[in-house]
Design a protein around this ligand. Structure first.
Ligand code: NDP
Length: 373
């Protein structure tokens, strides 16, 4: 195939069809219905500046499992092809991109029109159109009673699994299923399931608490998460990797250590916020100024949770070997994102906690990786 044909193929594959629009809308409709009717813990969000709180129904795990069962049954009955996503990946990607673009525009217009004085819907307009469209105008915009920020992040994380499963089915159909594909599929499925098991922790993360909903978050949630986090799977469909036993074992260790640090750190903070006296690693917690946890993972580095996430990201790419940088897109992107995010969070905390934060910094001098950064 020459490069002209490739480019032509690429462009035509990128053009959204009505089919992909209906897939996307079907997925969102399912999520809206499942999110509203399936049982799940109702978790209060953090107190907003006007002392109100949003409440989040954390039924993501049930919604995801039901989605997979429904897709499985539909595939078995021949209603949908299990390889539809892997065959139409680029088209679904561009449809989702245009959808995100449109949603951000609507959010911008409705945000500008808002007269609300409450923290959730109060408009924050800088006057710079691009800035406001990119970063968003309102903190917690809603549609038909659904909190859109929570909805979109759930859609992105949930969409990642059907994409992976479709890639897996295609590799089985093509007869190219490899140990690398199995490892990637296993690690990422565990990560996604774990995310939804602990969905309530999401309600206290930076995105949900502090970020307004604009194109940056909508695009990040709907396009970036499902389509770029799955690059390793797409790459393995076309590339064969021979893994040694030692490499496989090392890869499993990176995943397990990453998981332990990531989940452990996020859990310790969550527990601490609920009960500042709860023991950390079996001992009473070291607390700075009554507000900041300085023991456990939070006594090793100020963002140990980022370190865990980075190790996990690396473990998703290691099955692809080191012959190409393409499967390392996710860990490289995450490294840049988390360094940037840590700087922004640091500035926010320095402003919020002032001398308490300075004391914490002295006690825990490392940002993400002890003795290095
Ligand atoms: P964190 O969960 O680390 O939350 C930061 C906030 O926690 C601070 O603003 C502060 O908020 C509070 N805090 C900080 N230090 C302390 C302390 N020592 N004691 C008590 N409270 C403290 O940030 P994120 O929301 O950025 O990340 C959450 C998870 O999501 C991470 O594991 C991250 O890796 C992951 N993530 C993954 C991404 C991906 O693309 N895979 C993208 C972004 C995040 P407060 O004002 O409430 O005290």
């Amino acid at each position: 195939m020459d490069s002209h044909v490739d480019l032509g193929f690429l462009l035509s594959a990128l053009i959204p069809s009505w089919n992909s629009v209906s897939w996307l809308l079907g997925f969102f409709t399912y999520l809206a219905i499942a999110g509203s009717i399936l049982p799940g813990k109702l978790v209060p969000g953090v107190a907003l500046p006007d002392a109100t709180r949003l409440h989040y129904r954390c039924n993501g795990l049930l919604s995801l499992l039901l989605l997979i069962v429904l897709l499985g049954i539909s595939a078995k009955m021949g209603v949908v092809s299990p390889t539809v996503i892997s065959n139409r990946g680029l088209e679904l990607l561009s449809t989702t991109f245009f959808f995100g673009f449109l949603v951000a525009l609507i959010l911008y217009i409705s945000g500008c029109k808002s007269k609300s004085k409450g923290s959730s819907l109060k408009p924050h307009i800088s006057g710079n159109l691009i800035h406001d469209w990119w970063f968003g105008i309102q903190l917690n915009p809603q549609f038909m009673g659904i909190d859109l920020k929570f909805f979109f992040v759930r859609a992105g994380m949930m969409g990642w699994l059907p994409i992976n499963l479709s890639i897996l089915t295609k590799s089985i159909q093509d007869g190219t299923l490899s140990q690398s594909m199995i490892l990637y599929q296993l690690f990422s499925a565990l990560y996604i399931l774990d995310y939804f098991v602990h969905e309530e922790y999401m309600t206290s993360t930076w995105d949900i608490i502090a970020e307004r909903l604009g194109f940056m978050l909508v695009f990040g949630d709907l396009v970036w998460i499902p389509f770029t986090f799955s690059i390793q799977g797409w790459w393995l469909l076309r590339n064969n990797v021979e893994l040694t036993t030692a490499a496989t074992v090392a890869n499993c260790f990176v995943f397990l250590i990453g998981y332990m640090v990531f989940r452990g750190a996020n859990k310790q903070k969550h527990i601490f916020k609920k009960n500042p006296k709860a023991p950390i690693w079996g001992k009473p917690p070291k607390v700075v100024g009554g507000k900041l946890l300085a023991s456990g993972y939070w006594g090793i580095a100020r963002h140990c949770n980022y370190l865990g996430d980075l190790l996990l990201a690396l473990s998703f790419s290691l099955p692809c070997g080191i012959s190409s940088p393409i499967p390392y897109f996710y860990p490289i992107y995450l490294l840049i994102l988390l360094i940037w995010r840590e700087r922004r969070d640091e500035a926010r905390c320095a402003e919020k906690y002032r001398e308490i934060w300075a004391e914490y910094r002295k006690l825990v001098p490392w940002r993400i990786l002890p003795y290095i950064y």
